[in-house]
Write a protein that binds this ligand. Structure first.
Ligand code: ADP
Ligand code: MG
Length: 552
């Protein structure tokens, strides 16, 4: 451990300045980061009164030497950087030397380490002396913002402040699975990880076993490690997405976009993945000294990182499994409790974790169609069990993939319409048609201007029934006009696929059913249709066995 020292003025001036202690969660973040920087293996956080009454953090790291304790609480005092050059390659979470001083300025703080003890209030030394001989550091922050009522007034409800604290601890726990984290809120355990180094087990502790077993691991990819959820698990918010650089959680709109773009066509609108993504990068290639709270970073080569994230996530998503129907099961031995889906799958986390076998090839062997049921489901037998296929969603996926392949090759397959169809369009759609003429043609759509508000469709994708041309053109142009982002042409392709696909309710010959199933099995990303809806549901043999009590 290096000695703590005051930074020279030029180094202090080079550090992103600004207030970092905005709320109780910022205190927790700074103190936990300090413990991690001290190589702690156990970090315990105890919060009372939503962090306003007290926040106590103890760790078993290398601690602060008795004769440096007072210095640690002065501004610009740090053991982590010394020179301007050090700021070019920061490998610790902290480097500003401000956190302890800032916290002590707005609270009543007691800290013990290395056999010494110090007590400060509102920035003034109250008392110091001998303390208990403990490993690491114990620090307690009481009456936060008692001397800055304005700051107190800006705090949100207790529930919100506690949630923010939990988020901070959760993110760091997911990124540091080899550290044992414990967070208690008013005496009740909120987070408890084992610290055994297994990220999936950390995910189980934070997200629940049912989610953790569904996470796909990013392995063998340059720069990126982590876990991402497969399409059958999603959330209505982004609050379970953790992005990090060298295990430092960061806020990054562009990397968030990189991640979520990989889920386009796999999740329905408004749904978001669960993810922990850590970018391990040479500290010289990333500047963390751009934001006082160290939340934002600047990459020297942002596009390389963006591409690495997408490659890693897409590779992991290749292991996505179809949606399974989970029969609720009765516990054996006459127990009448109807257990939940998760409980059936995961009798215990440890057991469930052993069970995880990524099964991208789960339905590699042929599906055998048995017929149609209901308005538009194909029933089939597969190697894993009974399979119900949504014929429209499945066909949509097949056609969408085909259209995209043609788009990438730049060669559309179209059929000329015997009688060109006239389509009335608004100016925005007209503009979209003109701007994207080449791409639309690669998708098989040939359009001609026909007056200021009208288009003539002369050819449509090979698979599209001519009668649907009008609607298909309007919808795909609307998709182009609406989203001007990278995904716009894909959305247009999805609209064309939708109007080319068999409809839910169409009668299919056995041979047509068979071809559809064969094509579905061969298709990439076939778990969902291009709008993110499932293409099929698998009722596994083992679930039938369980349901019919053939297992005992
Ligand atoms: P920074 O983390 O930016 O260096 P802080 O104000 O957070 O600044 O901490 C000041 C110094 O106190 C650190 O550089 C470190 O040497 C020491 N320190 C703080 N917390 C701990 C801890 N939990 N364990 C060991 N040393 C600590
Ligand atoms: Mg610090």
């Amino acid at each position: 451990m290096t000695a703590i020292h005051r930074l020279s003025q030029d180094v202090a001036d080079a550090i992103a300045a600004g207030e970092v202690i905005e709320r109780p969660a910022s205190v927790v973040k700074e103190l936990v980061e300090n413990a991690l920087d001290a190589d702690a293996r156990r970090i315990t956080v105890d919060v009372r009164g939503a962090g306003r009454t007290s926040i106590r953090v103890s760790d078993d790291g290398h601690g602060i030497a008795a004769d440096e304790l007072q210095l640690a609480f002065t501004r610009h005092a740090t053991s982590k950087v010394a020179s301007l050059a050090d700021l070019q390659a920061i490998s610790s979470l902290g480097f500003r030397g401000e956190a302890l001083a800032s916290i002590a300025a707005v609270a009543d703080v007691e800290c013990a380490s290395g056999g010494a003890r110090i007590h400060l209030r509102a920035g003034e030394l109250v008392d110091e002396g001998a303390g208990p001989l403990l490993p690491g550091v114990v620090i307690e922050v009481r009456d936060l913002f008692a001397n800055v009522p304005a700051r107190l007034k800006f705090l949100k409800s207790d529930a919100t402040e506690v949630a923010a604290i939990r988020d901070v601890v959760s993110s760091l726990a997911l990124l540091h699975p080899h550290v044992r984290f414990q967070l208690t809120v008013d005496g009740r355990t909120s987070v408890a990880t084992t610290g055994d180094g297994d990220r999936r087990r950390a995910s189980a502790a934070l997200h629940g076993a049912a989610v953790a077993t569904e996470m796909l691991e990013i392995v063998g990819m340059p720069l990126v490690t982590g876990l991402v959820s497969q399409p059958r698990v999603s959330r209505g918010s982004r609050d379970w997405i953790v992005l990090a650089v060298n295990r430092r959680p960061i806020a990054s709109r562009s990397l968030l976009y990189a991640l979520e773009e990989c889920y386009q066509g796999r999740l329905e609108r408004g749904r978001h993945p669960v993810a922990v993504i850590d970018i391990g990068i040479d500290p010289e290639l990333v500047d963390v000294n751009v934001h006082p709270a160290k939340r934002e970073v600047r990459f020297r080569e942002e596009s390389t990182v963006f591409a690495a994230v997408q490659r890693a996530v897409r590779a992991a998503l290749g292991g996505s499994e179809p949606f399974f129907y989970r029969a609720p099961a009765y516990a054996p031995a006459g127990d009448h409790v109807l257990t939940t889906v998760a409980a059936v799958r995961e009798p215990s986390v440890a057991f469930a974790l052993e069970e995880i076998v990524p099964a991208p090839a789960a339905i590699a062997t042929k599906l055998r169609p048995l017929g149609q049921v209901g308005p538009g489901y194909i029933v089939a037998e597969g190697p894993d069990g009974l399979v119900l296929v949504d014929q429209h969603a499945a066909h949509e996926r097949i056609l969408f993939n085909r259209l995209l392949a043609r788009l990438h090759e730049g060669r559309g397959m179209s059929q000329q319409l015997l009688i060109p169809a006239a389509v009335d369009v608004e100016p925005a759609l007209m503009a979209a048609a003109i701007d994207n003429r080449a791409e639309l043609s690669a998708l098989g759509l040939e359009l001609e201007e026909f007056g200021p508000r009208s288009l003539r469709v002369t050819a449509v994708p090979a698979e599209m029934p001519a009668s649907r041309a009008t609607k298909a053109v309007q919808e795909s142009l609307a998709a182009l006009a609406e989203s001007r982002s990278d995904g716009a042409i894909e959305k247009a392709a999805a609209a064309l696929a939708c109007h080319s696909a068999v409809r839910f309710g169409d009668l299919l010959e056995m041979a047509e059913q068979r071809r559809l199933l064969d094509d579905l099995e061969a298709a990439e990303d076939s778990v969902t249709c291009p709008h993110g809806r499932p293409t099929r549901l698998v009722v596994e043999w083992q679930d039938l066995v369980r349901h019919f009590r053939r297992n005992y």
